[in-house]
Ligand binder design. Structure first.
Ligand code: PRP
Ligand code: URA
Length: 209
């Protein structure tokens, strides 16, 4: 079981502080989530293999490196994961995008899948699953289960705020899935919301509360 990678770059920490603030309005919240996702994409793609090609600069012929043959797919968990997708695509525009729709039952806090549309060639792709919040881990676990039915090459999970309970549950259910989080928070409250957290990420991105 690999340990979660906490991407605590100063720029990420600064932006995470801004999205935690309850006075940050939806427009800024959305922009910041996208910027954090872009910075986290940099970390989550650090192990992409490279190959050398020959190119001509204005000065001379030289060899230089390009990403070699790996195809990526970004899969946001709806709704809140959508907020991370543009930031990721800004760095990897050739990636394909799948969607998994999940909502957490407000009473039982268990996830319900309502939508799943993945790229047709997903078995040739390395998947980066996106959701800003990892709380109990139920949504991420079920989303990985849905992905694994289609056998992608690999799966990573990128979130912004993770509860220790969610990290433990996802790592236990799917030890092969590397977790990236910008912050490991303190704990869940009695309603399974993350403390200190940032509230309901989907509502804050889309201004629905
Ligand atoms: C939130 C969040 C995750 C899930 C995390 O989604 O975006 O998907 O809860 O909780 P868990 O780890 O306990 O499963 P929510 O169900 O509120 O849906 P939304 O994105 O449509 O707001
Ligand atoms: N989903 C959220 O959006 N926030 C939490 O704190 C927990 C689940």
């Amino acid at each position: 079981m690999s340990k979660p990678i906490i991407t605590d770059h100063p720029l990420i920490q600064h932006k995470v502080t801004l999205i935690r603030d309850k006075n940050t309005p939806s427009k800024e919240f959305r922009e910041l989530v996208s910027e954090i996702a872009m910075l986290m994409c940099y970390e989550a793609t650090r192990d992409l293999p490279l190959k050398e090609i020959e190119i001509e600069t204005p000065m001379t012929v030289t060899k230089s490196k390009v990403i070699s043959g790996r195809k990526l797919a970004f899969v946001p968990i709806l709704r809140a994961g959508l907020g991370m997708c543009d930031g990721m695509l800004a760095l990897v525009p050739a990636a394909k995008v799948g969607h998994i729709g999940m909502y957490r039952d407000p009473e039982t806090h268990t996830p319900h899948e309502y939508y799943c549309k993945l790229p047709a060639d997903i078995e040739e792709r390395d998947v980066i699953l996106l959701d800003p919040m990892l709380a109990t881990g139920g949504s991420a676990i079920d989303a990985v289960n849905a992905l694994k039915k289609r056998s992608p090459r690999s799966i990573k999970f990128v979130c912004i705020i993770a509860a220790p309970e969610g990290i433990e549950a996802l790592s236990a259910a799917h030890p092969d899935v590397q977790i990236y989080a910008a912050s490991r928070d303190e704990r869940l409250n009695e309603n399974k919301y993350i403390l200190p957290g940032l509230g309901d990420a989907g509502d804050r991105i889309f201004g629905t509360k």
